[in-house]
Design a protein around this ligand. Sequence first.
Ligand code: HEC
Length: 117
Amino acid sequence: MRRIPQTLLALSLGIAIPVSVQASGDALVKEGAKIFKTKNLGNCISCHAANGKTLDGPGSLGPKLTGLSAWPEKALHDKIYDPYTTNPISAMPPFGKNGWLDEHQIQALVAYLKTIN
Ligand code: HEC
């Protein structure tokens, strides 16, 4: 009789694992969206409108972000880490190289930017 609950536990774990992977992907996108908007984190919204939202503030220095879902993840990562590698006169600061955002935060931003069509 004691074996049955263990079998059920194993089965439910088998189902729980793929579900939690999906959830962590969504959580990463949410975290990225938050970094994008938060002043003492990415504060990307100070220069970029995204997903049709208009800028709320003085900055419109950066282009409106569109079509980023088509960008390779590495290109997005490198743009955030150090935009000077692709544009030596970029007005966008190197968030990774400056140590303002860590690798996990950049990954979260990339996950969020991949949702922008
Ligand atoms: C000080 C203003 C400024 C801030 C803050 C800023 N950017 Fe930018 N960004 C720019 C400018 C200017 C460009 C265009 C020049 C270039 O491509 O380097 C740009 C370009 C980009 C591009 C390429 C867009 C395209 O269509 O070519 C991406 C992606 C991007 N920024 C993401 C971000 C993210 C993510 C953040 C927040 C971590 C951020 N930016 C913060 C100014 C800014």
